[in-house]
Design a protein around this ligand. Structure first.
Ligand code: DAH
Length: 353
């Protein structure tokens, strides 16, 4: 068999691209059979070299062509094979929109954290099961104080020493826990679950509050007013909101104020920042010296403000939700109506809601 026939047969019988490449290297490669013959041309006489040279070049072109042609055939076959294996079942249902939504309370929680985060507040936490000291005594609510009755407290069974743990009735105990563990300046908010034995259209046994606390050596009521005004404008997404500070009483603040914002009820819908009706949204005041002392700080040196807000309540106001109990019914139709797209995370620059 001639060299040409031999090579062309090897090319034709290469069953994949690797085998074909091996044939190419063995013939046209640096040390391949054709290349070796090319080298021997140098030792020939001029006439002999001419004919042999032409013949070798023709052979080289034929082999190159044959390899390219075989390669195309092999690639085509491989593609066919892959297409045969990869299948798309066009009868499968299309992927639907994600169906889960964010609960309005979670949404509002995130919005509030964003706003106060932007104002320099850190988020603090405390336990849901509290002792009497943190929930009451340290907040200037001694045993027998009437405020204890107002809280409709859920008590646990008595411990051997006669004390009873409680489900925290407000987020205010986080004030004490923060003062006991952080050095001033303190600037925190504490959103979280709270519990009271109470249930009607606007009260549920579990609800959410958000506490605010600022303690340093100079903070005064002017700062409190400004922070609350900024918060209300950002949260309700309005340019201006009127605020009314009403003298009130809380054991843990002195003086104490309840804060109302203006709204209109036109068309049966509440609009914040318009109209001349008032809505109460939070309690606040300058932290009582006894509370600062219970937090392990010197009330002659440190001062500051605190506020407490119902998270569920401000969610109802912002999103026009009339009945608090719907928050806990887990009705998917309600959630789809009031819920928020899971991928729309509230941010100040990107928009809160
Ligand atoms: N803890 C109060 C409550 O649950 C709310 C409150 C009022 C918190 C005034 C405060 C405050 O920090 O200063 O009713």
């Amino acid at each position: 068999m001639s060299l040409e026939q031999d090579i062309l047969q090897q090319v034709a019988s290469a069953s994949d691209e690797a085998a074909l490449e091996a044939v190419r290297v063995a013939t046209l490669g640096k040390k391949g059979s054709i290349s070796e013959q090319m080298k021997s041309l140098g030792a020939m006489g001029p006439d002999e070299r001419k004919t042999a040279g032409v013949a070798l070049n023709v052979l080289k072109d034929k082999v190159t062509e044959a390899i390219a042609a075989r390669k195309a055939v092999l690639q085509e076959a491989q593609l066919e094979q892959r297409l045969g294996l990869e299948k798309i079942d066009v009868t499968l249902p299309a992927r639907t929109e994600p169906r889960g939504t964010v609960h309005p309370v979670s949404q509002v929680w995130e919005e509030v954290v964003q706003i106060f985060g932007d104002l320099g507040f850190a988020v603090a936490e405390g336990p849901h099961i509290e002792d009497d000291f943190h929930n009451f005594t340290a907040l200037n609510i001694p045993p027998e104080h009437p405020a204890r009755q107002e809280h409709d407290t859920f008590y646990f069974s008595e411990k051997p020493d006669g004390s009873r743990m409680v489900l925290r009735t407000h987020t205010s105990p986080v004030q004490i826990r923060t003062m006991l563990t952080q050095k001033p300046p303190i600037r925190i908010i504490a959103p979280g679950r709270t519990f009271r034995n109470d249930s009607d259209m606007t009260h549920t046994p579990m609800f959410n509050q958000i506490e605010g606390l600022v303690i340093d050596e100079t903070t005064h009521m002017g700062h409190l007013k400004w922070i609350l005004a900024e918060f209300c404008k950002s949260f309700f997404e309005v340019d201006d909101v009127k605020m009314r500070f009403r003298a009130s009483h809380f054991p843990f603040t002195e003086p104490s104020m309840e804060v109302d914002i203006n709204c209109s009820w036109e068309g049966g819908q509440v609009k914040i920042g318009q109209g001349s009706s008032w809505l109460e949204i939070l309690g606040s005041g300058m932290v009582h010296p006894n509370v600062i002392k219970a937090g392990g700080l010197d009330p002659d040196k440190y001062q500051g403000y605190a506020f407490g807000m119902g998270l569920d309540r401000i969610a109802m106001l912002k999103y026009g939700i009339p009945d608090l109990r719907a928050f806990f019914e887990a009705d998917l139709r309600w959630l789809r109506h009031y819920g928020f797209k899971a991928l729309n995370v509230p941010t100040l620059p990107g928009g809160l809601s």
